[in-house]
Structure formats: structure tokens, C-alpha cells
Write a protein that binds this ligand. Structure first.
Ligand SMILES: [Ca+2]
Ligand SMILES: [Ca+2]
Length: 319
């Protein structure tokens, strides 16, 4: 942009000294950690129409607010994706819901949210999804909520009566296919669940959104399906509606495949945690009624170890 100003009149008139020539105001439209402003050219014309170029100093760098915050784990490694840093210090399902809700939007659109644009390129897309998946499960020691580790919001959502269950379908030799069903959900915006399995006996192959799954059954779009695994016999899945109305009803939300490592593998799969989100970002933890061959003591131990050491190797997938 260029600015020009002059004193007009029949009489030649000029000023001497120092002072402000102009003030320029910008509105932030995109995102970025900072922006640099500089003067590329300047001319001063005196009363004799003599033109000179003043010495131009370095520009200014303006820090922009409202960019995605970067936090750190206890080893000092950077954490991205902790969108709800005030709620809890863990990159997990509630943060993923924000990403899913704003997925596909670009800067300037109403659905765009800078907090979900993790690589700050003015678009919320798969690049951000991959960054998120790589950070899933990390705990930020410098998050505002770190003192209240793992605490969930107090207000219950609209899914107090909901149930989650697993059903198996051992199809091919050595492959176990599981489906996760939710029953009696209302205004379901998204969900997250962690499933425990015996990693000595099973290898996790894949997690997927079944055809006609509950989230998309009424026409809503849920393009993101998060799958994060670790070697401790734990897999976390999550999905959320990006476009469309929240859903009410019952149905399958996820499928999983495992390969049996031994011929006599017993089926020990259990939902360790299931959380449902409604459009108001209110959550409900859902208890599992149908655990198969579960060992409560072992699961409890796993739960504790997760709280102490939350490390996951992400396997992000889409459908
Ligand atoms: Ca969180
Ligand atoms: Ca982005």
C-alpha cells in the first residue's frame, strides 16, 4: 500500500522537525505467530520540489494473539493440539472434538478457529489432523489446568443414560473383528474411547468407521477418524461431526481388527474409557456393561500406568 500527503495551497509552505506523518490500522484476517511490517520506499518533497529519500529504519514485528498455543511435556518437548488447555492438560478427546468441528474451514470462513489450525497455514485440514494425532495423549506440564490433572468438567451432558458395548465377529482365521456400539445417545456430536486388549495375544491391525455408522447415519459428515495405539495393549479411537446436525439413537460407531498371535488366544477386550460429547461441549463418561474376559485388576493397573506415562504412537487414519 502507498500513502501520499501534501500541503496544498497557492503559497509555498513546508514544515520542519519530527513527528507522526500517518497512522495505519490493520485487521488480522489470517493467523500466524507474528507479522513483519516495513517501509519499502519513502520520498520527501520540499518547498522547491526537490525530492529526497530519507533513511529508512528497520521495520517492526508485531506479535499476533490467538494463535494455537504451544505447551511442553515434562521432558520439555513441544506439545501442539492442546486446544482446551484450561479444561485439562492432556491432548485427548475433547481437544479432538474442537478440531473435528472446525475441520475443512479456512481463514475468513465462519467455521474457522485459529486454535485448531495447528500448523498456522490458515486452513484446518489433514495436516493439522496429523499434527494432532502425533501429540495425542501428551500431557502439558505448563498448561493452566495442569494442577487438576485429568479432571473433567463438572456439568453433565445430555448422555447420562447412554451405554457402550462391544461385539465380536471372528471372521477369518486368526482375525478378530470387533464393533463398538452406543445405545441411547442423544445429541451426539462426537465420541472418544479407549479399548484395552492383551498385547501378548493380539496385534492391533486397524480401526475404522463402519458403513452407516451412528455419527453419519442422519446425513452428518464426520471425515476424521482418529486412531492412536501404544504397545501397552491400548488403542484410542475418536470421531466427531464436522458438518451437520448432532445425532440421537443407537448404533455402531467403530470397528476394529486384531490378529491373534497364538492359536489359543482368549478374547480379552474391554472399553477402558468412553466419552460422549454433545453440541455444548458437555461430556459424559459411559460405563461399559459388556466386557469380554476382562481382568479388572489388570485394567486398573493399566489405567494407573496411563496416568503416569501417557505415551502413544499415533496411527492416524481417515475414511
Ligand atoms: Ca484435553
Ligand atoms: Ca492448518
Amino acid at each position: 500500500m502507498s500513502l501520499v500527503n501534501a500541503i496544498l495551497g497557492r503559497e509555498l509552505a513546508g514544515v520542519s522537525g519530527s513527528g507522526i506523518l500517518a497512522r495505519v490500522t490493520f485487521r488480522v484476517r489470517g493467523s500466524g505467530e507474528s507479522t513483519h511490517l516495513r517501509i519499502s520506499d519513502a520520498s520527501l518533497i520540499d518547498v522547491t520540489y526537490e525530492k529526497t529519500s530519507p533513511q529508512i529504519r528497520d521495520g517492526v514485528t508485531i506479535a499476533l494473539i490467538d494463535v494455537p498455543s504451544v505447551y511442553h511435556d515434562k521432558e520439555g518437548e513441544e506439545i501442539r493440539g492442546l486446544i482446551l488447555a484450561e479444561t485439562d492438560p492432556r491432548v485427548d478427546f475433547n481437544d479432538f472434538m474442537i478440531l473435528a468441528q472446525h475441520f475443512g474451514y479456512s481463514s475468513g470462513e465462519e467455521g474457522y478457529d485459529t486454535r485448531a489450525d495447528l500448523n498456522v497455514d490458515d486452513r484446518i485440514d489433514f495436516a493439522d489432523f496429523l499434527i494432532f494425532a502425533g501429540n495425542f495423549g501428551k500431557i502439558a506440564v505448563d498448561a493452566p489446568s495442569f494442577q487438576g490433572l485429568g479432571r473433567l468438567p463438572d456439568a453433565p451432558g445430555s448422555n447420562r443414560e447412554s451405554r457402550v458395548s462391544l461385539r465380536t465377529d471372528r471372521s477369518d482365521e486368526g482375525i478378530v473383528r470387533l464393533f463398538v456400539d452406543f445405545a441411547m445417545v442423544s445429541e451426539l456430536q462426537g465420541w472418544g474411547l479407549t479399548l484395552g486388549y492383551n498385547s501378548d495375544e493380539f496385534t492391533f491391525i486397524e480401526g475404522f468407521a463402519p458403513e452407516g455408522n451412528l455419527l453419519e447415519a442422519s446425513g452428518a459428515e464426520a471425515p476424521l477418524f482418529l486412531v492412536c495405539t501404544d504397545s501397552k495393549g491400548r488403542v484410542s479411537l475418536s470421531s466427531g461431526i464436522s458438518r451437520g446436525e448432532a445425532v440421537t439413537g443407537s448404533g455402531a460407531v467403530a470397528g476394529l481388527s486384531f490378529r491373534a498371535k497364538t492359536e489359543r488366544s482368549s478374547e480379552t477386550f474391554k472399553v477402558l474409557e468412553a466419552i460422549l460429547f454433545d453440541p455444548d461441549q458437555l461430556t459424559n463418561l459411559v460405563s461399559n456393561s459388556k466386557a469380554m474376559g476382562s481382568n479388572p485388576e489388570r485394567n486398573e493397573r493399566r489405567e494407573r500406568s496411563r496416568m503416569l506415562k501417557s505415551v502413544s504412537s499415533p496411527v492416524p487414519t481417515t475414511h
